[in-house]
Design a protein around this ligand. Sequence first.
Ligand code: MG
Length: 214
Amino acid sequence: MDTRFFVTWMEEITTAVHAGRDRLTRLDAAIGDADHGANLDRGFTAVAEALAARPPGTPGAVLVLAGTTLIRKVGGASGPLYGTAFREMGRALGEAPDVPVAALASALEAGLAGVRRLGGAEDGDKTMVDALAPAIRALARCAGEGGEPEEAFAAAAAAAEEGAKATVPLVARKGRASYLGPRSAGHEDPGAASTVLIVGALGTAAARRRPRTG
Ligand SMILES: [Mg+2]
């Protein structure tokens, strides 16, 4: 995947988050402070604007600019967490002009490590980690089997979705939802839900980049 792919990924995230804004808000209203949809919509709109204004020259630079913009534009916990994830991913990619699926999986792993460091979340704490970690495992597995990016992205999206659904019965142990204690059970975690959109956008970006036939 080249620089153009990563810009397209960010654009597809922006579109998906905008379309999913109300759902993210509803989920955050149930167990948080109802700002997740608006925060991420504002943040990724700013990311798309920043990328259009100053087109970066490498995939890593795209991700670092996206992360820096999210940290600057998004309040609450999600801006710093997603911002750190994208920045760490970008740093992991370095100056590479082209990124195979295995390298993307490794970069996502670095992003996840940054999220864990900042937020302190473990698997099963009812956070974005519960969608991101299984998505990365699926991506790495597909890369190891030498599959096409499209297959790897589809597997990652399915794993993220499954992970997000599995947060429903959990009691939150991190973030604002943890203040509710047992009352946080019965709702999907909004951070896991937005991670589904971010991972899912890899597939729509790949589909958009595929040359048209016929
Ligand atoms: Mg919130």
